[in-house]
Ligand binder design. Sequence first.
Ligand code: ADQ
Length: 745
Amino acid sequence: MRTFRLPFRLQLRFLVPLVLTVVGAAYISLPLMDNLMLRWASRDMSARGQLVANALSESVKQAVERDDTGALRHLFERTLQDERLLAMALCGPDHHLLIEAGQLPGQLDCGKASDPANQGPTMAPGGRIQIGVHPIDTQLGAVGTLLLVNDLSVVDRRSADTRQYLLVMLSMLGGVMALITMAVAQISWRGWVNGAQALLRGEGLLSPLQPPTPEIAPVASALRVRLRELEDEYRKVHGVEQPWDPARLRHLLKTQLSGDQVIVVSNREPYIHERTDQGIAVKRPASGLVTAVEPVMRACSGTWIAHGSGSADRDVVDKHDRVPVPPQSAEYRLRRLWLTPEEEQGYYFGFANEGMWPLCHVAHVRPVFRESDWAMYKQVNERFAQAVVDEADREDPVVLVQDYHFALLPAMIRAKLPKATIITFWHIPWPNPESFGICPWRTEIIEGLLGSTILGFHTRFHCKNFMETVDRLIEARIEPEHHIISHQGNLSQVEHYPISIRWPSDEEVKSWPDVSSCRADMRAALGLPPGHRIILGVDRFDYTKGILERLYALERLLEKRPEWRGRVSLVQVAAPTRSQLDEYREFQARIHRVTERINARFNVAGIAPVILLAEHHEPEQLVHYYRGCDICIVTSLHDGMNLVSKEFVSCRDDEQGVLVLSAFAGAARELTEALIVNPYHVEESADALHLALTMPATEQRERMASLRMVVREHNIYRWAGHMLTDTANLRLRARIEARLKERQA
Ligand code: ADQ
């Protein structure tokens, strides 16, 4: 681990004031201390002198009375044996010297000593002395004064010693304080550096579990704001590093899957040829799958096998039932497969859409399982498997199997082309084991899917559900940490690949009319006054999309908030789909009825609160709608991903508009800046609509900018790129293993 040292200059900032403080303290305290010592010593000496004078006074008096100079001298010399007494003398009442012992300082005599100014501590050539004068009285009167000269040099010596000790002590104290200060500074510095680094790494910024420490909190919040701004600016200008685009995908195909053949299998074809009064028209189906896979095929020029469902489809194919598409640029080959009405009924409408679709969506529509549908499903899967074999020009093509119409296909292709790399992508949710367990042919379906080399879902949650289903229903070895299922000698990797859309190019965006004209055109076309607010819904007309719940939410909004009556409309674009099925017909009829009821209830001045456009729209027209609306609402009851939400975001280069998104769409895992709602909770959805209608432009911009970054980065090429990179890695590994086996043989 790296340690962070306090920089030298910062260390000086702590040390210099500390040294100055220690020197200042010594400068002030030493003279004070000297003075104090002297005063104490002087006071001691005076007291002591008085004591000596008292002790000697009787003997002195007797000697003076006897005029016994010898006794006096003897007394004085004995007293002078005390080393702190330098000299002593006896002065008469008229200040003449009677007797002295020891060496009186040069200028000192009895007269001078009697002057109080000369008493006390004073400097003499031999050092500091203290002159004490103590009168000796008798009952008869004063005998004289006793002059004591005390040695005070001891005070200087003690002062010097004390000063030394004090200096050493102050230095040591200073050193200890310096060390403590430095240690504290170093620790706080390290804390700051680590804190700042954590902030820069984004730790403690986003995680509520790790809030920044209180001292760093203000910096954290400022840094957070600044980093966000910088990141937003950078990403707005440059997008992500190394974005996924057709060129990168092509490069990947050329380098990692060079020379490999790519075959896509789906039920829905990417282009439908229809007979019209004006001749043959080409239509793009309203399908998330087609929207997603088409750009991949354009990038890798492979073959797409699909059910030919258009009235003029047979008219345009060659003798092998192939037609180059897109019609204007012929970038890849579409191979059409024809189904009989019985096959279409049993396989597509029956088992796939009345059985698998409700089974996987758990949208409270009961799945229908008919033995005859199952037989057709198996038969059609068999036919598509044969078509793959027919189209394969080598033994190990890369086959991309799309969706729930082909659950049996992977194992069937594996049986015919054992070396093929089969990637199956399941575009709809995978339910929990209990829900899936009601399917009478659950084992066959799971075993069919386990023919895949890679099995992809939109979200981790769907992968988890699938692995739990396998675990519960068949004998297989599962390695959850590696997402691998081993079944009957075949290994399948289960991964999540969130699907997305093609991010529009700059040229495309430039070619779009500006948002204000889209708004004006849309309102004019729908007979709405300028400034009228528009909530847009775009879906296949399917019960899983939550269209009914959306109508209820609008109705509740108008009930709760009358101020919106006559000021807002829901424009619901619903592409007819599976209308042959009773369930769908009944659902669509119900939507019409509820629409009529709401319109009757809240019609203000001829303006309908719900405008239902139950028809297919060309992508260009949808772009106009996405740009012209105020709010895009997606209330799927259950959705693998939901591409409408991403299309809306991609069209709003003005960074305005609000996305209201169901929590049960896979997209909610990525598009977290949308207003996420539970579509079953009508009140919550109504409140979200109000919030969206009143959201300030700045908040819309913040949210939309963030959503756009996510979708631009997580685009369809990334989806395909991740899947194909995993494919290339698995193929490489398989080739190496095969070579090793060959060498060993
Ligand atoms: P879908 O259920 O079809 O897709 P979605 O992902 O929303 O749902 O895609 C719908 C597509 O159809 C969009 O591209 C949209 O523009 C288009 N569309 C909708 N209404 C239309 C209309 N009236 N006219 C023309 N076009 C229209 C399935 C799964 C999803 C998953 C996709 C992709 O159900 O969960 O996101 O596959 O994997």
